[in-house]
Ligand binder design. Structure first.
Ligand code: 6LW
Length: 517
């Protein structure tokens, strides 16, 4: 046994798909897709590629990010690319809900970012590279490139067909890199699920022709039983010590057959070595061995990942997202100092328009709690994937009620009377060893000791509880599979949401903890 240094993957857990990375000096910056959520394109900073902290959102005002009310949960902002060139940061992405690519720049990656320059070009997954003449190239899925004027938003040449991988479906996530005398082209293929793969080609000329690498795809977990699946959508970066790394997306499914993944696509990190001029990557593991000679910081353990927000800051933390927009009339940190006050717009979580702020579920086993004063309104805590897949615990008129919607089905699972005033609501998830029964209050009254029998393992159980003077009362324990990508479909993942669907209500704090397994 060696005592080789390791680090934990995913390095950015929870719904953080389609990562793109760049380095400036000692600092690394990473962006991810954000789909229906506003603000869009989270940007994170790291000094070691392992420990990341969100420093803002690239698209944080409506003039940059238009998400029409009918934006689908997996519409909006698709895969971004971040680069640093000529003293500026550049971020390009696609807003599929308006059918355009948009490019913004900043001198400070924490913002502000510029107003967008739009490109009405087909496909998704735009990437940027500058050639030896200083010309800017926009490469998109398919795979094809356009020479562009990034400031004027005009196309100067193209489409130039590039290399489209080994023939797998959906050649996408292209990135071009100038390394030595070569242009390397990374392409993902196989679709962003268990067939996902990353392939490479290179050319002396940015216009091609591209010569495929000797082993393609050079990274895939398809048709394996590895715990991390769907590895793909990768971006390459060279560390300060000269070593090379890939950031990529993967999923961690749980349960027996078939497994379900509930956290969305997460960001992983993998060391890259070069063999005869081609990148080689070992399979991506949750505990990854750092290559010999890695700077010690690379082997530092990731932060445990809990947080608490007391809402006593002047602005909402950048991790909070809203659905499609966040009009100033919908929320306030000053109406009741030290509390987050939300004002209802829509009256149901089942349709667009509900007032909500959400944060990602980042661990399979975790607990989120909130202290809410509903006033004369209706407010609560939800665990959601989209409008058709959510479990909720809410308080209104002295009653706490647990309900949920899965597809066309909506049900109330349990209720309890509570005294007026603030109440603490929690939602906990626990990786399940056996398929949890869907327990309703009526079941418990009718047959409190009825055996449910052991069924094959599911992915997790979701417990929704209210804190009373006598301790926590669990009002429902629900099967987590219904809040998974395999059931709900789409590109996002689970989030916890603070919401108001009637009147106005205030939230004193929100607390999120990973739970030991
Ligand atoms: C993205 C594509 C993909 O555009 O999923 O993982 C799509 N790959 O590259 C949405 O995230």
């Amino acid at each position: 046994m060696t005592d080789a240094a390791t680090f934990r993957n995913p390095v950015v857990p929870g719904f953080h798909p389609d990562p793109s990375v760049c380095r400036v000096g000692e600092d690394y910056y990473l962006v991810c897709s954000s789909f229906e959520y506003f603000p869009g394109v989270p940007i994170l900073h790291s000094r070691d590629l392992v420990n990341w902290r969100q420093i803002g959102n690239v698209l944080d005002r409506p003039s940059q990010l238009e998400l029409p009310p009918d934006t689908h949960a997996s519409g909006g902002v698709f895969a971004p690319t971040i680069r640093h060139h000529d003293g500026r940061f550049w971020m390009v992405t696609t807003n599929v809900s308006i059918g355009r690519h948009l490019l913004v720049t900043a001198t400070d990656p924490a913002g502000p970012w510029s107003e967008p320059v739009h490109f009405d070009l087909p496909h998704v997954d735009p990437s940027l590279a500058w050639d030896d003449n200083g010309d800017c190239w926009l490469t998109v899925s398919g795979v094809e490139s356009y020479r562009i004027d990034p400031t004027a938003g005009t196309v100067l040449e193209g489409p130039v067909p590039m290399w489209s991988g080994t023939g797998g479906q959906y050649p996408e996530a292209p990135h071009l890199y100038r390394i030595g005398d070569w242009w390397y082209l990374l392409v993902s293929e196989g679709g962003t699920h268990t067939g996902h793969a990353v392939s490479v080609a290179r050319s002396r000329n940015i216009r091609g022709p591209f010569e495929p690498g000797p082993v393609n795809p050079f990274l895939t977990h398809r048709s394996t039983n590895r715990p991390v699946q769907a590895t793909g959508h990768a971006d390459l970066v060279q560390a300060t010590d000269g070593s090379w790394w890939l950031v990529l997306l993967g999923i961690r499914a749980r349960g027996q057959w078939p497994p379900y993944h509930v956290l969305g696509r997460e960001t992983f990190l993998a060391p890259v070595r070069w063999v005869d001029g081609w990148p080689v990557v070992d399979p991506v593991e949750e505990v990854t061995v750092a290559p010999p000679g890695s700077p010690p910081a690379l082997a530092a353990p990731s932060a445990p990942g809990g947080y608490r927000d007391d809402f006593d800051t002047a602005a909402l933390a950048p991790q909070w997202m809203s659905l499609r927009d966040r009009p100033s009339s919908s929320w306030s940190l000053t109406d009741r100092p030290g509390w987050l006050t939300l004002h209802a717009a829509g009256s149901t979580l089942d349709r667009a328009g509900a007032t909500m702020v959400v944060r990602r579920q980042e661990h399979h086993d975790c607990r989120a709690g909130v202290r809410v004063d509903p006033g004369a309104g209706r407010a609560g805590l939800t665990l959601r994937v989209d409008e058709a897949h959510h479990y909720d615990i809410e308080v209104c008129d002295g009653r706490v009620r647990v309900g949920g919607r899965v597809g066309p089905f909506r049900q109330v699972f349990g209720e309890l009377s509570v005294p007026p005033g603030p109440v603490t609501l929690t939602i906990a998830t626990r990786t399940a060893d056996v398929l949890p029964p869907t327990v309703t209050a009526a079941d418990q009254v009718a047959a409190p000791d009825a055996p449910f029998g052991v069924r094959p393992a599911a992915c997790d159980t979701v417990s929704l509880a209210v804190l009373t003077d006598d301790g926590p009362v669990v009002l429902a324990e629900l099967d987590g599979r219904y809040l998974s990508t395999e059931v709900a479909a789409g590109f996002t993942g689970r989030v916890f949401g603070l919401y108001v669907t009637g009147g106005s209500a205030s939230f004193d704090w929100f607390d999120y903890r990973p739970a030991p397994r």
